[in-house]
Design a protein around this ligand. Sequence first.
Ligand SMILES: NC(=O)c1ccc[n+]([C@@H]2O[C@H](COP(=O)([O-])OP(=O)(O)OC[C@H]3O[C@@H](n4cnc5c(N)ncnc54)[C@H](OP(=O)(O)O)[C@@H]3O)[C@@H](O)[C@H]2O)c1
Length: 226
Amino acid sequence: MDIAILGTGVVGRTLGSALVRAGHVVRMGSRSASHPAAADWAAQAGAGASHGTFADAAEGADMVLNCTGGMASLEALQSVGAARLGGRVLVDVANPLDFSRGMPPSLSVCNTDSLGEQIQRAFPEARVVKALNTVNADVMVNPALVSGDHHLFICGNDGAAKEQVAGLLTTSLGWRPPQIVDLGDITAARATEMLLPLWIRVMQTIGSPHFGFRVSPPASLPDSTA
Ligand SMILES: NC(=O)c1ccc[n+]([C@@H]2O[C@H](COP(=O)([O-])OP(=O)(O)OC[C@H]3O[C@@H](n4cnc5c(N)ncnc54)[C@H](OP(=O)(O)O)[C@@H]3O)[C@@H](O)[C@H]2O)c1
């Protein structure tokens, strides 16, 4: 697959490298065509890796992964443009974390809206799938770092787009199909983004970012006819 990674941070570089290892053609996009972190990544990631502007990266991609800081995501996507995003599967990995008042960050949008929904509204022709935002970058590409069963939440309005993203997660990033929990339409991004305050608190409490959330099914109910 031809994949665009928007963002040069740890998430963009980690996902980009894993996807190149899995055999995909990956272009990393940033604000400048000569971003040093993107150039270093492309030099090290191997054949199939290249870099350019956000727009260069997204041009002709089968799938676009938004790995920019959540406060800047809409601006970054505007520079890609609605025409390049139209019809594309756009995986939103970002969290709208506002660090302007230090740690812990607050959410710049929550409760009745989410970054995932803002992106879908801004680019109605894009097929937005919120995914991977509830796990650390190392866990995104190596879910076995976490012991036991744990789950990954995805959501979005387009069922076929979610199937494509689930396919990428399972064939290229090591997730097993039962680990992927589809929460429904893009409004579920409110819930997965609002997990972040809990995620940060758990990370501080256990002293590691390498954990996952698990949804345990209900115990079977007693048979009322017995
Ligand atoms: N770190 C994790 O393990 C993790 C896990 C789950 C989700 N996430 C989410 O994934 C996203 C990426 O996280 P990250 O830790 O890799 O890095 P980050 O520091 O949150 O974001 C880095 C990227 O955002 C770009 N950026 C920042 N301000 C910008 C602006 N005004 N316009 C355009 N681009 C801008 C940076 O570009 P420059 O290099 O040019 O500044 C860089 O490419 C975030 O939304 C984060 O919340 C992170």
